[in-house]
Design a protein around this ligand. Structure first.
Ligand code: 5GP
Length: 113
């Protein structure tokens, strides 16, 4: 059963895809938590960081490099941004397919809620 994000990548569910390559894609979050809120998602359906394996090392690094590229392209690299990977219940992960949140365009606080 494909995940929600795979269905978006395949066009089976509407989604604002802003970037694609052979390893991953990025969409606008449907409930943005800032002026910029993208999700960078591997095509491979890895459930969470907790499920990632050694063979995923390159792929996971690639997601961060794409996040940086998107931040530069969308003008928030210098002002700053936050990358978040919610993992499992306590962190509030709701979609069981690894995704990096890229949030920026506003001042953020720490610690996160
Ligand atoms: P998580 O809570 O798993 O870290 O993040 C899941 C994210 O997916 C949430 O920020 C949520 O707003 C977003 N989301 C859930 N359903 C959809 C959808 O159908 N389309 C898009 N673009 N984002 C979604």
């Amino acid at each position: 059963m494909p995940t929600l994000f795979t269905k978006i990548a395949k066009g089976e569910i509407p989604g604002d895809i802003i970037f694609e390559d052979h390893l991953c894609f990025a969409i606008r979050d449907i409930q943005p938590q800032g002026p910029i809120h993208f999700l960078i998602i591997p095509r491979k359906e890895i459930v969470s960081v907790d499920h990632a394996m050694n063979e995923d090392q390159y792929l996971l690094g690639h997601l961060l490099l794409i996040a940086g590229q998107l931040a530069r392209e969308h003008g928030i690299a210098t002002s700053g941004y936050r990358l978040i990977i919610n993992t499992n219940k306590d962190a509030g992960q709701t979609v069981p397919h690894i995704h990096v949140h890229l949030i920026g365009g506003r001042q953020m606080s720490w610690p996160p809620g």
